[in-house]
Design a protein around this ligand. Structure first.
Ligand code: ADP
Ligand code: TRP
Length: 335
């Protein structure tokens, strides 16, 4: 039997380079070899209370991006999380054995407590439980995600193992974060902070449909420093970020040229950024065209979602029959 791959992205905005290189690029290779499920995590996005209109628009956009960037609904299962309500059912069951102490210790939860003290809802606290349900419902093993999701994967293993142990079954395997080189990628943002993120504001991210002019502007404005203090000085964090971005789209000889210039202390960041902007535009241009084309085709998107939902339900049914049976919900009392 082929190993099962599961991953999802929350529809909280347009996809950016971090989503692409951290997660999506692996979706494309995995769909060729494994039984893969890629979904749009619309339940998860409810923690931030989107309006119905915004939610619908964002889900459509991510679905269009999935398809435009190369997911093939014939090769893998592409679906919306809310088209698989079995996920919510499994989430409910897993919640019964998820404990306040362990949920409160999750880094992403602690960050939210700090960053949005006015909206610490129970959905945020149990976010890792819902994510575990997403993965376990298909008995996923390989989960292509970025580095920031490692701790959530660890919790998915905990909840799956706990269920198996509690009910003396072997329903759930242990899912692992997947990256081809086993090094999880972190794409930095343009504003000098940590990872490129939708929540860090417009200027931080380069979107996969970024128009040519704003792409150039964003890169030219990216944070750098005032230049190496002397030849051989180490790169500052902001400059290392620029080199990391070059690593995604520039040829190796271009990168070593600027590396040497930095070593010598004679680097001109303006030149580096111009080159980065040019190579980034070459990378983004075909993606931008494909996304805009797919977004205009509502009928195709509806058909893809319906087709994927059906395939996802088939896989979920098998798991949920076993789960309900293990818990003691009997479909029939007569033997
Ligand atoms: P964001 O942080 O922008 O809200 P999501 O949390 O929706 O993005 O991330 C979706 C997927 O993309 C996850 O697998 C996540 O690990 C990956 N990802 C997001 N940002 C980055 C980044 N800057 N570098 C690497 N992977 C990332
Ligand atoms: N938590 C992930 C993120 O923020 C999105 C996600 C939800 C996910 N459910 C998942 C990723 C299941 C992989 C598998 O990026």
């Amino acid at each position: 039997m082929k190993e099962i791959v599961v991953s999802g992205i929350r529809p909280t905005g347009k996809l950016h380079l971090g989503n692409y290189f951290g997660a999506f690029k692996n979706f494309l290779t995995l769909q060729e070899q494994f039984d893969s499920y890629f979904f749009i995590a619309d339940y998860h996005s409810l923690t931030t209370h989107p309006t119905p209109g915004d939610l619908r628009g964002s889900v459509k956009r991510v679905l269009a991006e999935y398809i435009a960037l190369g997911l093939d609904p014939e090769k893998c299962t592409v679906y919306l999380q809310s088209d698989l309500p079995e996920t919510a059912e499994l989430y409910l069951f897993l919640n019964m054995n998820a404990y306040l102490g362990e949920l409160e210790r999750v880094t992403s939860f602690k960050e939210k407590v700090r960053s949005q003290p006015d909206n610490i809802n129970a959905g945020l606290l149990t976010y890792p439980v819902l994510m575990a349900a997403d993965i376990l419902i298909h008995r996923g093993i390989k989960v292509p995600v970025g580095k920031d999701q490692e701790q959530h994967l660890e919790m998915a293993r905990t909840f799956g193992n706990r269920f198996n142990r509690l009910y003396n079954v072997e329903i759930f395997p242990e899912p692992q974060a997947f990256s081809p080189s086993n090094v999880l990628v972190k794409v930095p943002g343009l504003t000098g902070g940590g990872k490129m993120s939708k929540s860090a504001g417009e200027a931080d991210s380069i979107y996969l449909d970024e128009p040519a002019d704003s792409l150039k502007k964003k890169i030219m404005k990216a944070v750098s420093d005032s230049g190496p203090a002397e030849p051989g000085s180490p790169k500052s964090a902001a400059v290392q970020n620029l080199f990391d971005l070059m690593g995604l789209v520039c040829a190796p000889d271009v990168i070593s040229f600027f590396d040497e210039e930095h070593q010598k202390g004679s680097i001109r960041y303006g030149d580096l950024k111009k080159q980065l902007a040019q190579d980034m535009e070459t990378f983004v241009a075909p993606l931008r065209d494909a996304i805009n084309h797919t977004l205009a085709n509502d009928k195709q998107l509806d058909e893809i979602a319906a087709f994927g939902a059906e395939k996802a339900r088939k896989s979920a049914k098998k798991t949920m029959d076993a789960v309900r049976d293990a818990i003691g919900f009997k479909p029939k009392f007569e033997n």
